[in-house]
Design a binder for this molecule. Structure first.
Ligand code: ADP
Length: 490
C-alpha cells in the first residue's frame, strides 16, 4: 500500500485485484481509441476511393464541357449540362462570379450564389475541389467534385455531384458509439473502482489493522465501523466480538489480580499466628526448665494463635463453599422461617452480650419465610451480631425482621462507634478491616462481612450497611420472598 517492494506474489495479486476496474478502464480506453483510429482510417480510404471513382467517371464529360467553354461556346456548354441525364450525376455549371448557369436537376437554376461552397472555392484557386456534405437541394448526403476551367472570360467551374454511398453514413454513428462507450465504460469502471477501494478494500484493511493491534494487546483500540457499505455488518460483528473479548480479558485480569491479592492476604494473615506458634514451640523446646507461669503463657499463645488459624481456615472454606456451584446449592434450598432464625440467634448471643454489658433486643414480628439454607442464614446473622458485640461498643443491639415489597429485611442495629463514610464502600471486601488492631486482637479474620455478602447473594438478595461515624451501624440483609403459590411452599 505504501509503495513498499512486493514481498510476495500474494501482495502483488491483491494489488492487481483491488485495481482491476482501473486496469479494465485503461484496457477499454486503449481498445476504443484503437477502434476509433481504425474506423477513421477505413473511412478515409473509402472516401478517397469514392472521390477517385467520381473523378474517373466525370473525366470525359468534363473535357467535353471544357472544350465548349474554351472555344467560347458557352450556350452549347449550358445546353449540354441541362440535357445531361441527371441519373448518372448532376452537373452544375458556374460562371466566373459564382452564378449558376446550368444545372441538370430541373428547377434548380435559381440558385443562389455558389461562391461559399468549399469545392467551388478550391476550384477557383485553380485546383480540383472535393467535398462531401448534406445537400439541402436534394435532401441527401452528396459528394462534390469541381473542375476549374480558365477561359478568356474568366474562371468557369464545372461541378459534378453524386449521391454518397449509403454506408458512408454509418461512420458518424460508429464514432458516436465509440465515444458513448468510452464515456459509459469510464464512468462505470471509475465508480466500480471507487466503490471497491473506498467501500470495501480500505475499510477491510482498516478493520484488519485494528484487529491486529487489539490482538497485540492494545485493547484501547476499537474496530472502526463504516457508516454504510458491505463491510459495515462485518465490522459491527467484529466490533461486538472484540468488545466481548475485551470484557472477558478484563474480567480474567480482575479474577487474576483478585486471586493473587487473596493469596497475598491469606499468607499475610497466616504468617503472624504461625510465627507466634513457631516461636512458642521453640521456646518450650529450648528452655526445658521454664517457670510454670511462663509455660502457661506460652500455652495460651499456642491456643490463641492456633484458634486464629482455625477460624481463618474455617472462614476461607466457608467462602470457597459459597462460591462453589451456587446453582446447585440453590436447588437444595428449603423454606426457612426467618423469625425462628432471629430468635435462636438472640438466645445464642445473649450470654456473650451480657458479658460485654450489651442488651440484645428482638421484637416479635409477623412470621416471614424465604427459600434458603437455614445454616447459612444463621451464620450470616451470627457474623453481624458478633461484630456488633465486638466492635460497636453500643449498650444495646436491636434485631428486627420486616417485609418490604417482595423482600424480607433482617436488620442488626447498634448505637456504637459506627463506620466512617470512607470505609463503608469497601466494608464487604475480603480482609477489609476498619479497626485493624482490635479485629486481630479479638481473633477476627476480616472475612465475616464478605461471608455475609456472599450468603445474601446466594439467596438472590444483598447485604447493605447504613452507618455514620459515631452514630452506630445498621447492617441489613435483604432476601427475596417467593411469590405465593410457587412450588417451594407447596
Ligand atoms: P472481622 O473478622 O475483622 O470481624 P468482618 O468482615 O466481620 O471482619 O468485619 C470487618 C470490619 O468491620 C471489622 O474489622 C470492624 O472493623 C468493622 N465492623 C464490623 N461490624 C462493625 C460494627 N457493628 N461497628 C463498628 N465496626 C464494625
Amino acid at each position: 500500500m505504501k509503495g513498499k517492494p512486493f514481498s510476495n506474489s500474494g501482495k502483488f495479486k491483491e494489488l492487481v485485484l483491488v485495481r482491476l476496474p482501473l486496469l479494465l478502464m485503461l484496457a477499454m480506453n486503449l481498445l476504443l481509441i484503437a477502434a476509433w483510429w481504425g474506423e477513421h482510417h477505413f473511412m478515409k480510404t473509402l472516401d478517397h476511393e469514392i472521390m477517385d471513382g467520381l473523378a474517373q467517371k466525370v473525366n470525359l464529360t468534363a473535357s467535353i464541357i471544357r472544350e465548349k467553354l474554351l472555344s467560347g461556346h458557352i450556350d452549347s456548354a449550358v445546353d449540354f449540362c441541362r440535357r445531361f441525364d441527371n441519373r448518372i450525376f448532376r452537373i452544375t455549371l458556374i460562371a466566373p462570379h459564382g452564378t449558376v448557369l446550368a444545372d441538370t436537376t430541373p428547377g434548380h437554376l435559381a440558385f443562389d450564389n455558389h461562391a461559399g461552397r468549399s469545392e467551388f472555392r478550391e476550384a477557383q484557386n485553380g485546383k480540383t475541389g472535393f467535398s462531401r456534405r448534406y445537400s439541402e437541394t436534394r435532401k441527401e448526403q452528396m459528394v462534390y467534385y469541381a473542375v476549374p476551367v480558365h477561359t478568356s472570360q474568366g474562371l468557369f467551374v464545372i461541378r459534378f455531384a453524386k449521391e454518397d454511398l449509403p454506408y458512408m453514413k454509418i461512420f458518424p454513428w460508429i464514432t458516436a458509439g465509440i465515444i458513448l462507450l468510452l464515456v459509459i465504460s469510464n464512468v462505470l469502471l471509475g465508480w466500480l473502482q471507487f466503490y471497491l477501494l473506498k467501500k470495501i478494500y480500505l475499510p477491510l484493511v482498516e478493520v484488519g489493522r485494528c484487529a491486529d493491534r487489539i490482538l497485540d494487546g492494545k485493547t484501547e483500540k476499537r474496530i472502526p465501523v463504516p457508516d454504510s457499505g458491505p463491510v459495515k455488518q462485518l465490522a459491527e460483528m467484529l466490533s461486538g466480538m472484540t468488545e466481548r473479548l475485551k470484557k472477558q480479558l478484563s474480567e480474567m485480569k480482575k479474577i487474576e489480580s483478585f486471586r493473587s491479592d487473596f493469596i497475598a492476604n491469606v499468607s499475610h494473615e497466616v504468617k503472624t499466628p504461625l510465627t507466634c506458634i513457631i516461636g512458642a514451640v521453640e521456646t518450650i523446646q529450648e528452655e526445658r526448665d521454664l517457670p510454670r507461669e511462663q509455660y502457661e503463657r506460652l500455652l495460651n499463645i499456642l491456643k490463641e494463635q492456633s484458634g486464629r488459624l482455625d477460624a481463618l481456615v474455617k472462614d476461607i472454606l466457608s467462602l470457597a463453599a459459597l462460591e462453589n456451584d451456587p446453582e446447585r446449592q440453590r436447588l437444595e434450598f428449603l423454606p426457612v422461617d426467618l423469625q425462628e432464625i432471629l430468635k435462636s440467634n438472640v438466645q445464642m448471643h445473649r450470654q456473650e452480650a451480657e458479658r460485654h454489658g450489651i442488651e440484645i433486643k428482638f421484637n416479635d414480628s409477623e412470621p416471614i419465610s424465604v427459600l434458603g439454607d437455614a445454616q447459612l442464614l444463621k451464620q450470616a446473622l451470627a457474623n453481624l451480631v458478633d461484630n456488633a458485640i465486638k466492635y460497636s461498643g453500643s449498650p444495646d443491639i436491636e434485631l428486627s425482621l420486616s417485609r418490604k415489597d417482595d423482600f424480607a429485611l433482617i436488620s442488626v442495629t447498634d448505637h456504637g462507634c459506627g463506620i466512617p463514610e470512607e470505609n463503608q464502600k469497601r466494608i464487604f471486601e475480603r480482609f477489609y478491616r476498619v479497626h485493624k488492631e482490635r479485629s486481630r486482637a479479638l481473633g477476627g479474620t476480616g472475612l465475616g462481612l464478605a461471608i455475609v455478602k456472599h450468603i445474601a447473594q446466594l439467596h438472590g438478595g444483598r447485604a447493605v450497611l447504613n452507618s455514620a461515624s459515631g452514630k452506630g451501624c445498621c447492617f441489613q440483609i435483604w432476601l427475596p420472598i417467593p411469590s405465593e403459590g410457587t412450588d417451594c411452599f407447596s
